[in-house]
Design a protein around this ligand. Structure first.
Ligand code: ADP
Ligand code: MG
Length: 827
């Protein structure tokens, strides 16, 4: 069937926007058809209909005035939306109205006020040649970064940047695509460049340009406007920061918790004293990218110390920052053209704080924020009405006195209204009708209303009234003079609104020449905000300034886990020391379950991250090397919760560490080898320790439940045993959480089983068996050969060997154990 002209127009447009949902404007609605309609109806839970009976095209629609919310929901779900508008007034043209896609909204380019102010929203472009050329941009703030790296670093960068959308010029290989999709869902190919190399890429080396070009082209093609606020691309080198691979970032829970993917329980959550959205976003970045340049780190620490020493100034600074809004995103909206008067009032409040901030900075001898030219903006913005409405097309945007012509129109309208209010009394007196009303509505304008009860004695002609509208209980009239005044009032109002809009657009355009200055000020404020936050947090929590050792000493006194100590009562947290150096760089950590091994290891890693991001640390004294990288492998036991526990993942994480760690790295191996059988596990664990010891010599914390490994301190000179102490008291186990030298004598597994309230016969039988194992002769014999035959008859034994323990929950295991015990004749 031949499509109608309108459907033909739709189909042609859809052809060009296949990967977007097309919002096709039809009068007061945006309509979607075919597959788009099916998708939108499902995702937005709106009714699906048919275009007409003969032509059963699936269709659904949303009213144009509430489209924003629907579009946001689709974007959040990872779709792109192409917004098609009518470019002509339907009443003024014959035939088809011309329609155009005016914007394509995508997860990486969305500019809405709905953006989370605490996070950046990044779009990343990847151009793959010999290396990975990546560029990423937060369109809402204008930040643009570019680099060149290998595949491994690319994935580390993905973990750090967490883009909400990735674009490439050519499709990636299947394996690469699959790996990327595991991180970001929106990955699209943008293969035709329609724009020239943007000036923001001009100063870059040739090899860095393709990704920036691609990114700009995509943003220009989707947003269809000039984005002057996007800053010149800043080149960075991933190795200029501490390298934290995907696993380390995840396991250390720097900005996102493993289980719930929230802020709670993360290192980020400790630093909750930033005052501005810019500051908060920068803080996240600093946490994700600890520094490795000693001078840069010391510079941050100097500022923290300065703020610590000047409590009063810090407090005033925090006060001032309270009134600073999201300048970065306000600037983005000025450039983008969707800024409103309320936004600009926020900008004014923010800029008014600059002199206050600068006065404080001068007292602290810190370089001031260039603010002279920005003072001029404050004057410009001063004309804005502080209670301006959301819309810039309804007037009420500017204060009286801002513009003479505007004041004139307003006066005219006001005079007219005054006249009107007097008119009611005059007409009442004239006609003698006390209930006579002068009123206004949008359709009929101003009118005089007389109720039905008063009409019989009323002679309209005598008073020069003309009938305008009849209601069931009243009659509405106009008079010549009322009509005149109406024209005057409405004319003046309309002119005022138009003029206000014009003035606003002019103001917005003027502001565009200040974008760079504003962005620079915003950046300085963000940095100050993060530093005062570090200071505030370190004083609140008794942190100390870390010192950096050129001899690779790691010497922490009374170290605490920054997050765990907050969750529990501060006084209940047991601080611990850690002392590693080039001749003793591996700690083999033993101790019963729940004693605090994992906590101890993570606290060392987190303190290192904190120190290198320029913060004070939770210790009484801290001396650290500057680590180039931190690697983590967190035990299968702990991983079970995230549902990712496969032995393969464990080995991949270990491989990453063993391949890339250097003498300047920190390795955290938490119970490695748990995901496989005992002998496999011990063998792998020992081989890894030996490899680290002989070939890498990284500072390493290695916790294990394999007590066999503690003997390694006899052969490996760089390895020391430590244990987390627990003691038996009245047959019960008490966790001391205290790290002590030497290996633990007892693994207390049976005590933990007792804590878990296993049946008493199991516990006492286990004690018997353990005593048996602890006799020297028995130790020689492999465990399983000894046990099975002695313990059970063959039925139980067979069942036991077939158990897939790795797939059992602890409860299932316990129940099974009980069942087997019953079969074996226990209890
Ligand atoms: P493990 O890895 O040895 O099984 P964890 O490190 O998971 O033990 O610690 C178990 C619990 O013990 C933690 O959740 C915490 O509540 C508590 N804990 C650990 N270290 C300390 C400490 N230093 N002081 C106080 N409580 C601690
Ligand atoms: Mg543990």
């Amino acid at each position: 069937m031949k499509p109608t002209p309108m459907m033909a127009q739709y189909l042609a447009m859809k052809e060009e926007h296949q990967d977007s949902i097309l919002f096709f404007r039809l009068g007061d609605f945006y309509e979607m058809f075919y597959d788009d309609a099916l998708t939108a109806a499902r995702e937005l839970e709106i009714t699906l209909t048919r275009r007409d009976k003969k032509n059963p095209i699936p269709m659904c629609g949303v009213p144009h005035h509430s489209a924003r919310g629907y579009i946001e929901r689709l974007i959040e779900k990872g779709y792109k939306v192409a917004v098609c508008e009518q470019m002509e007034n339907a009443r003024e043209v014959k035939g088809m109205v011309r329609r155009e896609v005016v914007q394509i909204i995508t997860p990486g380019t969305v500019m809405d006020t709905s953006l989370d102010e605490d996070s950046h929203n990044y779009l990343m472009a990847v151009s793959l040649a010999e290396h990975f050329n990546i560029a990423y941009c937060d369109v809402s703030t204008g930040e643009l970064k570019v680099t060149l790296c290998d595949e491994e670093t690319f994935f580390n960068e993905l973990a750090a940047v967490k883009p909400s959308e990735i674009i490439t010029a050519e499709p990636f290989s299947h394996t690469l695509t699959a790996k990327i999709k595991a991180v970001t869902t929106v990955l699209s190919v943008h293969d035709q460049l329609s724009t020239d190399l943007p000036e923001q890429a001009g100063q870059l080396e040739k090899t860095l340009q393709p990704a920036v070009h691609l990114l700009f082209d995509y943003v220009t093609m989707t947003q269809k406007r000039n984005l002057a606020h996007i800053e010149p691309a800043v080149y960075y080198h991933a190795v200029d920061y501490m390298r934290l691979d995907f696993y380390a970032k995840r396991n250390l829970e720097l900005t996102e918790s493993i289980r719930l993917k929230t802020r709670k329980g993360t290192l980020l959550s400790i630093f909750n004293e930033t005052k501005t959205p810019m500051g908060h976003r920068l803080l996240k970045e600093w946490i994700e990218r600890p520094l490795i340049s000693k001078s840069q780190i010391e510079d941050r620490l100097n500022h923290v110390e300065l703020f610590n020493a000047h409590f009063l100034e810090r407090d005033e600074l925090r006060q001032a920052l309270n009134d600073v809004y999201d300048i970065e995103r306000l600037v983005g909206r000025i450039s983008y053209g969707n800024v409103n008067a309320k936004d600009l009032v926020q900008l004014k409040y923010s800029l008014e704080q600059l002199p206050v901030l600068n006065e404080l900075l001068s007292r602290l001898d810190i370089e001031q924020i260039p603010a002279d030219e920005l003072a001029h903006i404050v004057t410009l913005l001063d004309g804005l009405n502080e209670e301006a409405p959301q819309s810039i097309k309804e007037g009420g945007v500017f204060k009286a006195g801002f513009n003479e012509q505007l004041d004139h129109y307003r006066a005219a309208s006001k005079d007219g209204k005054l006249w009107l209010s007097e008119l009611q009394q005059q007409e009442r007196d004239k006609t003698g009708i006390r209930s006579l009303k002068v009123a206004y509505n949008k359709v009929f304008g101003y009118y005089i209303e007389i109720s039905k009860a008063n009409l019989h004695q009323f002679d309209a002609d005598r008073f020069g009234y003309t009938r305008k509208q009849t209601l069931s209980n009243a009659e509405r009239f106009v008079t010549e003079s009322l009509k005149e005044k109406e024209t005057l009032i409405l004319g003046a109002e309309e002119k005022a609104v138009d003029l206000e809009y014009e003035l606003f657009v002019t103001l917005r355009e003027t502001l565009k020449s200040y974008l760079t200055l504003l962005q620079a000020a915003a950046k300085r404020i963000a940095v100050l905000d993060v530093l005062q936050n570090f200071s505030e947090v370190s004083q609140k929590n008794d942190y100390v300034r870390p010192e950096f050792s050129d001899e690779r000493m790691l010497n922490l006194s009374d170290a605490r886990h920054p997050v765990v100590e907050q969750v529990m009562n501060r006084e209940d947290y047991v601080p611990n020391d850690c002392e590693l150096h080039d001749n003793a760089f591996i700690y083999l950590i033993t101790g019963p379950n729940m004693s605090g091994k994992s906590t101890y290891m993570r606290q060392v890693a987190l303190i290192s991250v904190m120190a290198q991001m320029g913060s004070f640390v939770p210790c009484s004294r801290a001396e650290l090397p500057i680590f180039d990288q931190i690697f983590t492998r967190i035990g299968a036991a702990d991983d079970l919760v995230s549902g990712q526990s496969t032995f393969m993942v464990e080995m991949l994480e270990a491989r990453n560490a063993l391949n890339n760690a250097t003498k300047n790295s920190l390795i955290i191996f938490d119970e490695i080898g748990r995901g496989t059988s005992t002998y496999d596990g011990i063998s792998l664990a020992q081989a890894m320790i030996e490899y680290v010891h002989d070939h890498i010599q990284a500072k390493t914390l290695f916790s294990t439940h394999y007590h066999e490994l503690v003997q390694l301190d006899g052969t490996l000179s760089g390895l020391n045993n430590i244990h987390v102490a627990a003691k038996e008291y009245n047959g019960e186990l008490i966790f001391l959480h205290k790290v002590m030298p030497g290996a633990v004598e007892n693994s207390y597994g049976i005590h933990v089983a007792q804590l878990a309230e296993l049946p008493e016969p199991v516990i006492s039988r286990a004690r018997e068996i353990l005593t048996h194992f602890e006799q020297p002769s028995v130790k020689e014999t492999p465990v399983y050969e000894q046990t099975a035959f002695q313990l059970f008859d063959s039925g139980v034994e067979e069942e036991l060997t077939r158990l897939d323990i790795a797939r059992m929950t602890p409860i299932e295991a316990l129940l099974k154990l009980q069942e087997l015990q019953d079969k074996a004749g226990g209890r």
